[in-house]
Design a protein around this ligand. Structure first.
Ligand SMILES: *Cc1c(COP(=O)(O)O)cnc(C)c1O
Length: 369
């Protein structure tokens, strides 16, 4: 394997972030009591067009807090796409609830509404809608159905900061929206997460749960179960700097994706990502599918690309096929399996240059000649 010349992803840390982090270090406000926490929660939730933001340690804990605050527990079923990251699924199990895996649409990689409907039962308490790779889920039919049946909707927007569904921000449409600020996400704080919502009751519960359920008096604790999911001031400082550049970051992601689309469109064996006319796809990662009929396997393409210094990543392996969740029974998710078998993504970082995109595309053309 050659040296990597085009990494699959790279965070971009600006001078603003460095300045703000230094401020934390110099003033000693390094844990969760500093002023950047509230500033970041306000700025991020207002960017998401939501009233409240609750910062957490990562995206997985944001989802856990969301489910707990919505009272998801033993005896409940939570619908979640099989094709997603394990961070969308473990929190369901942590609540003592049962994950019910929903199949995907091949076109957008998102959960299929038809399959979702077929898996609703009287025990369904919540739906986790995951906006995969930056393309928003078709939310209107989900919200309408969920309202009618009294089911909560949690958006896992960990890959979709700033994405728009019919002019509404991803994360602001369901009852609660959850974000991750891991290093490869559109906004990073190193590790970190946030829950956004307009439901003040849920937000109040989340705030309590994430901070050892402190009562009104110091060192009194009021819930039978609680966590320490507090973000640090240092992380929030990075987030504030990152958030100031978010529109630039997104424009860059979109421009890179459109360039890839153009350069790869004449390779008949590849299916490039879609963007429905009523959404803003923020192209968190530039994902491709290889046609089933192709003589090239994904593994072959990925290893050939690696040999010329190009980093790639496989798509998620379906969660309903994971040993981790096998006790919940295998579910019929053929499209999720298809995506896991034929999908992978190309270098998608913010630091990617036009000439690197050309290099990746020319390499793919050569390999697939
Ligand atoms: C990244 C991610 C998560 C988890 O976020 P962490 O911050 O890594 O815990 C959850 N869901 C999806 C879809 C993700 O991409």
């Amino acid at each position: 394997m050659g040296n990597i010349v085009v990494p699959v992803n790279e965070p971009l840390i600006g001078d603003e972030e460095k300045k703000l982090v230094n401020e934390c270090l110099e003033t000693g406000w390094i844990s969760s009591a500093g002023c950047f926490i509230e500033e970041f929660e306000k700025a991020f939730s207002s960017y998401c067009e939501c009233e409240h933001g609750v910062s957490t340690t990562n995206g997985t804990t944001a989802i856990h807090l969301a489910l707990k605050s919505l009272d998801v527990g033993p005896g409940d079923e939570v619908l979640v796409p099989s094709f997603t990251m394990a961070g969308s699924v473990y929190p369901i199990v942590q609540c003592g609830a049962v994950p019910v895996f929903v199949d995907s649409e091949l076109e957008t990689c998102n959960m299929s509404f038809e399959d979702l409907l077929s898996k609703i039962t009287r025990k369904t308490k919540a739906i986790i809608a995951v906006h995969l790779y930056g393309h928003p889920v078709e939310m209107d039919p989900i919200m309408k159905m969920a309202k009618e049946r009294g089911i909560w909707v949690v958006e896992d927007a960990a890959e979709a900061h700033g994405a728009l569904y019919k002019d509404r921000k991803a994360g602001s449409i369901g009852d609660v929206g959850c974000f991750s600020f891991y290093a490869n996400k559109i906004v990073t704080t190193g590790e970190g997460g946030m829950l956004v919502s307009n439901n003040s009751e849920v937000v109040q519960k989340a705030r309590q749960l994430k901070d050892l359920a402190h009562g009104e008096k110091r060192f009194t604790h009021v819930l039978p179960e609680a966590y320490n999911y507090r973000m640090t001031n240092i992380q929030a400082a990075i987030g504030i700097g990152q958030l100031r550049r978010i529109e630039q970051t997104i424009s860059r992601k979109i421009a890179n994706a459109l360039l890839y689309n153009e350069m790869l469109k004449d390779i008949p064996d590849l299916v490039t990502p879609v963007c429905k006319p009523w959404v803003r796809n923020v192209y968190w990662m530039y994902g491709l599918r290889i046609k089933e009929t192709s003589r090239f396997s994904k593994e072959y393409l990925m290893s050939e690309l690696a040999s010329v210094g190009i980093g790639t990543r496989s798509f998620f392996y379906p969660q309903d096929k994971q040993p981790a969740f096998s006790r919940f029974g295998k579910q019929d998710c053929p499209n999720a399996e298809h995506l896991g078998t034929y999908g992978f993504y190309l270098p998608s970082g913010q630091t990617l240059t036009e000439s690197q995109i050309s290099y990746v595309s020319e390499s793919l053309h050569k390999i697939m000649e």
